[in-house]
Design a binder for this molecule. Structure first.
Ligand SMILES: *[C@@H]1O[C@H](CO)[C@@H](O)[C@H](O)[C@H]1NC(C)=O
Length: 199
């Protein structure tokens, strides 16, 4: 292989790597690397802590001990998961026989998920610009938007339960709501992991 080809391949690899190269990059949690970094990120994020550890351990970023790469990976993961979730919500909303209050809760969740992507993106950009406190604010706002979705799901659950004695916890509304709440909790856990790194 000619050195020119090798050079181009190397360039391609660099351009495909997930974190954009910054001239000089801040190191969060200076001195914490590898598995200790992952443990620090996932500590105290809630019941999805084991899942958090599993996901972050599975990245190929760890041996470099680069906390910024890990925060970047975590936020990108949240974006991807949140996007996938909007696809699921759209499918769920098409189910027949959903209660009207639950349908409006789903619509509200969609409205929260769309800006979520922008908030996380803004969080990433602020982090890359070393504006850590801005970055934290964006991530906090993303967490709040999931809280709003949860609140809507919860109140639709209560209203429908009060409204229709016949609706049971096994009805599709409640199953979808429960699944969505679990997803929200998982995403919040991953956002908290990013905050643990940036803080
Ligand atoms: C989102 O869905 C795509 C396509 O199915 C999948 O490759 C990706 O891993 C999913 N993202 C997450 C974070 O689960």
């Amino acid at each position: 292989m000619s050195s020119k080809v090798i050079f181009l391949l190397a360039l391609l690899c660099v351009s495909l790597s997930p974190a954009p190269a910054a001239a000089h990059r801040p190191r969060f949690l200076a001195g914490v690397t590898g598995d200790a970094l992952v443990q620090k990120a996932c500590r105290g994020v809630g019941k999805y802590e084991p899942e958090c550890l599993k996901i972050l351990r599975a990245t190929d970023k760890l041996d470099k001990g680069d906390s910024m790469d890990l925060a970047f990976f975590t936020l990108r993961y949240v974006e991807s998961h949140a996007y996938n979730l909007t696809v699921e919500i759209k499918k769920a909303a098409a189910e027949p026989d959903l209660g009207p209050m639950f349908q409006s809760a789903l619509a509200e969740c969609m409205e929260q998920y769309i800006p979520l992507d922008d908030l996380v993106e803004d969080g990433i950009n602020a982090m890359l610009a070393e504006a850590n406190s801005d970055s934290r604010d964006f991530i906090d706002a993303a967490i709040t938007s999931m809280d709003i979705c949860d609140g809507q799901l919860q109140s639709s659950y209560e209203e429908e339960k009060a409204d229709k004695e016949t609706k049971s916890d096994s009805s599709p509304d409640f199953q979808i709501a429960e699944a969505l709440k679990q997803h929200n909790e998982f995403l919040r856990a991953m956002l908290k992991a990013a905050l643990n790194i940036i803080n």
